[in-house]
Design a protein around this ligand. Structure first.
Ligand code: ADP
Ligand code: NA
Length: 324
């Protein structure tokens, strides 16, 4: 069976971009592939993180993973920090990665720009991500479009390592959706929807209340026309809303255009609120149930055991090749 690995940083503030671009697709893959879904808590400390919230946030994300439909009997759900091989392989790979390669990473440039304090962890983050993926002999990595460059670096590192030390790593391939891999900000259709955008109306989180969802959608940027038409180039705001409508509501882009012909943006947005609220309601109900059930920690413990079993073998393989 093909292996899948992906990770998301611990927080319950998961937005519909994370959901559509990544987590919803995890659910679709779980029946056909051997999936490892990781809560990458080590990645989350590359920027300041409150220690009081770190573990709590990990548990919340695990509950959210399960609430959207990931079945812990089918997939391996675990915390990165529970599997020491991630940090160890990251170091071994750092010694096989070039500064010039990391200097090219656009996400580092964006995240460090204008910051007074920038950690070396933020800089070497893509190498830890490469370790995460390579440790599981991963074939496919479902991610949003923003992770494309990191995935290429991961492949470059693995290919170079295999050439230098002999066949060691499986070369992973990104699984980036043709449609929905880049959900845009509601306040600026030129930027991707992002956890780090401080304007709460720039995004819709999976746990947002119906009234918050309504406010964010009604405020969402469109354009000076009034026609509901898909045109990413000239109508990025409307096209983004149509993408969300299509993926969460199931109506084709063409059917959406026809449905709102001559009606303007108001009616379209009002219905989109309904679509989003109905899609998120069952997730929110399950989330509360799962958190209350207290089963999350057990799931993560069992997940870590399986993850250790698989990753220790790969780590041993790497260390032997390097002469340890
Ligand atoms: P963020 O980028 O919001 O800080 P993460 O880095 O934890 O969140 O990303 C988690 C997953 O969600 C990754 O696979 C990422 O590619 C995907 N993702 C993030 N933002 C978007 C978006 N706006 N549209 C689609 N996918 C996204
Ligand atoms: Na991201």
């Amino acid at each position: 069976m093909k292996r899948v690995f992906s990770g998301v940083q611990p927080t319950s503030q998961i937005h519909i971009g994370n959901y559509i671009g990544a987590i919803k697709r995890f659910v679709e893959l779980q029946n056909d592939m051997d999936c490892f879904f990781c809560i990458v808590d080590l990645h989350s400390i590359t920027i300041p993180k409150n220690p009081k919230e770190l573990y709590e946030n990990s548990l919340q994300l695990a509950a959210l993973y399960m609430a959207v439909g990931l079945d812990p009997t089918k997939v391996t759900l675990f915390l990165q920090s529970h599997v020491p091989a991630h940090s160890e392989l990251a170091w071994l790979l750092q010694c096989n990665t070039y500064i010039g390669e990391l200097n090219r990473m656009t996400q580092f440039k964006e995240k460090s720009q204008g910051k007074e304090i920038v950690t070396t962890g933020l800089y070497t983050y893509p190498v830890l991500m490469a370790a995460d993926i390579l440790l599981y002999d991963t074939n496919y990595v479902p991610v949003g479009n923003d992770q494309k460059q990191h995935l290429e670096l991961c492949r470059d590192i693995a290919i170079r390592f295999n050439k230098k030390y002999g066949d060691t790593f499986v070369i992973p391939e990104p699984l980036i959706a043709k449609f929905g891999a880049r959900i845009m900000s509601l306040d600026d259709a030129k930027k991707k929807m992002s956890k780090s955008n401080e304007n709460k109306h720039s995004k819709i989180n999976l746990l947002d209340s119906p009234s918050k969802i309504k406010k964010s959608i009604m405020k969402a940027v469109t354009d000076s026309e009034s026609e509901v038409r898909y045109d990413e180039e000239n109508k990025p705001g409307v096209s983004n809303l149509m993408t969300i409508y299509n993926i969460l509501g199931g109506l084709s882009l063409e059917d959406i255009e026809n449905k709102y012909k001559g009606m303007g943006y108001g009616a379209f947005k009002k219905d989109l609120v309904e679509v989003v609220v109905s899609a998120l309601e069952p997730i929110q109900i399950r989330y509360e149930e799962i958190l209350k059930s207290g089963e999350v920690e057990k799931v993560l413990k069992e997940g870590a055991e399986r993850a250790q079993e698989v990753s220790n073998k790969v780590l041993d393989r790497v260390k032997r090749k390097m002469g340890f």
